[in-house]
Ligand binder design. Structure first.
Ligand SMILES: Cc1cc2nc3c(=O)[nH]c(=O)nc-3n(C[C@H](O)[C@H](O)[C@H](O)COP(=O)(O)OP(=O)(O)OC[C@H]3O[C@@H](n4cnc5c(N)ncnc54)[C@H](O)[C@@H]3O)c2cc1C
Ligand SMILES: NC(=O)c1ccc[n+]([C@@H]2O[C@H](COP(=O)([O-])OP(=O)(O)OC[C@H]3O[C@@H](n4cnc5c(N)ncnc54)[C@H](O)[C@@H]3O)[C@@H](O)[C@H]2O)c1
Length: 478
């Protein structure tokens, strides 16, 4: 970072706030611009790399291996209890991640001459100027706001100083595994960490406000997931944590009390628009704190795009997903380079996958959201691959427009759901109806993908039946 007198303002062609997806905009095609890259994270590279997608899945892989082995009794294979070496698991993950983070920082800081990195917290003083915690001021005609989000603090833990109260930023680096743990929340973070820590032998209690875990998903998926989770860890539904004391004695709103060794709060994430002062600087902010952007990712103020200012990722998106942030970063990069030929829009339905056990993957409308649709549900257990797994609980559910045959929503729960969904994402993104789709290509036998093939054939049959019934009724919908 250059030596600066206090309050001196540095001018750049472009300021990027956020070393996660914002950082990925930097490349040779921007080498004609002077760029200030701002990031206040302890580890450089943003959430996905340091405390999100990537390390969690490294922990999940180990949990999958342990859980699969311990579940294999019905297959005629008996595996003794897993011996978990937490320090070795943790250090494998961060031995790799921390090196990547350091290398990413050195690359930006030392190897790219047009980039200056500032590792401190900044906030806006006006729409084209920011001030850092050290007093350094930066100005630019173009600013990319990619400041992400942070874990929402657990209200019941406010003021409690016990260091065994964690969120997703801190939980993965703990010194040793606790004997017991309470996970508060019913979303993706809770589902993944409950799987991880229960597979590692921790006694997990998950406290879920709603009737089911993953309750924002299709209700069949949420119910099946909760039922299967209950077989692995304790799930208390329809309950909230009323209080936590300094000794980690928990009281639920039902009056139930118990003690635990560690608390993990997983109750959602808050966009970092407040700490950046986006509202005070006149930018439009949604009621949930997200920066308002238009289809071209331009930040709005008073409903009008602010020239040269873009937002992307968790700070502005309703989807807190890395593949969405990456897509938006590509849009922003194009629009920075070609401001007279702006692009926008998304390439189709947005899939998400939850890497718990079982895995869950989905996109689009749930059955409840599409009451007129036809719904085909196919169990893994009806395919040869399902027989090999002795699977009785996994399924692929398709919500399909009965008239057009278009896939409106897809919901999978079971092994490799995150991969199996992709052919359905492809069909929905390219406007390919289910009619004729399964038989337009080969499906390797006896692969897991046969469950998707069969679900498509089932859906096709329902669409054809519906059309036929309408013909018989002289065009009237039955
Ligand atoms: C536990 C967990 C698991 C996840 N798993 C997945 C997954 O499997 N798949 C998936 O698609 N998504 C996953 N996500 C979500 C994904 O990580 C995020 O959607 C994505 O990382 C957001 O990227 P971003 O670039 O918007 O923000 P970030 O990567 O968070 O980058 C923002 C950066 O801006 C910096 N910053 C913020 N404010 C300021 C300021 N005022 N001054 C200076 N710097 C600032 C922050 O330090 C941060 O480094 C997961 C999230 C979590 C928490
Ligand atoms: N595999 C993935 O793609 C993946 C994995 C982890 C996280 N993420 C992303 O990270 C984001 C954050 O995940 P998350 O699980 O923290 O959030 P979430 O929004 O998915 O779930 C939050 C959960 O906490 C509950 N909740 C909210 N406030 C509460 C309160 N005061 N008391 C009790 N419960 C409360 C909600 O009902 C919900 O069940 C998600 O939006 C997700 O997109 C993605």
């Amino acid at each position: 970072m250059p030596e600066l007198a206090q309050a001196e303002s540095l001018d750049f062609d472009l300021i990027i706030i956020g070393g996660g997806s914002g950082n990925s905009i930097i490349g040779r095609d921007l080498s004609h611009l002077t760029i200030a890259l701002i990031d206040d994270g302890e580890h450089f590279g943003g959430t996905c790399l340091n405390a999100g997608c990537i390390p969690t899945k490294m922990f999940v892989h180990v949990a999958d291996v342990a859980a699969d082995a311990l579940r294999s009794d019905g297959l005629g294979l008996r595996v003794p209890t897993a011996q978990v070496d937490w320090a070795a698991i943790r250090d494998r993950v961060f031995g790799r991640i921390d090196q990547l983070s350091e290398a990413g920082f050195r690359n930006r800081d030392q190897k790219i001459p047009n980039v200056t990195v500032f590792r401190e917290r900044f906030h806006f003083v006006d729409q084209h100027e920011l001030v850092g915690a050290s007093g350094v001021r930066l100005r630019a005609p173009r600013i990319v706001i990619a400041a992400g989000s942070r874990p929402r603090p657990l209200p019941a833990a406010e003021g409690v100083r016990n260091p065994a109260i964690h969120d997703s930023d801190s939980i993965m680096r703990i010194e040793q595994l606790p004997a017991s743990m309470v996970i508060v929340g019913g979303g993706a973070v809770a589902a993944e960490f409950a799987h991880v820590f229960s597979a590692y032998g921790v006694q997990v209690t998950q406290v879920v406000r709603a009737e089911n875990a993953l309750d924002r998903l299709d209700s069949d998926i949420a119910e099946r997931f909760t039922e299967l989770a209950r077989a692995r860890w304790r799930v208390v539904t329809g309950a909230s944590v009323a209080s936590i004391d300094e000794d980690l004695r928990i009281t639920l709103d039902s009056g139930e009390r118990f003690s635990t060794d560690l608390v993990l709060s997983a109750i959602g994430r808050i966009p970092n628009s407040d700490t950046l002062g986006l509202g005070d600087a006149g930018f439009d902010v949604h009621s949930d704190g997200r920066l308002v952007v238009d289809a071209e990712q331009r930040a709005l103020a008073g409903g009008t795009p602010v020239d040269g200012i873009y937002g992307l990722g968790d700070v502005s998106s309703e989807w807190q997903l890395k593949h969405v942030a990456n897509h938006e970063a590509r849009v922003v990069k194009h629009n920075l380079l070609q401001p007279h030929d702006l692009i926008g829009g998304d390439p189709g339905p947005i899939p998400a996958a939850i890497f718990s056990s079982p895995q869950v993957a989905y996109f689009g409308l749930t059955e409840a959201e599409a009451p007129d649709a036809v719904v085909a549900t196919r169990a893994y257990g009806t395919t040869a691959w399902g027989w090999a797994l002795e699977d009785t609980t996994s399924f692929c559910k398709l919500v399909v427009d009965g008239e057009t045959g278009m896939i409106l929503g897809a919901h999978l729960i079971g092994p490799e759901a995150s991969i199996l969904i992709q052919v359905l994402v492809f069909a929905a993104s390219h406007g390919i109806p289910v009619t004729g789709l399964a038989r337009s290509m080969y499906w390797p036998h006896p692969a897991a993908s046969e469950v998707v093939e069969n679900a498509l054939l089932d859906a096709e049959k329902l669409v054809v039946q519906k059309r036929h019934a309408e013909q018989i009724n002289g065009g009237e919908k039955p």
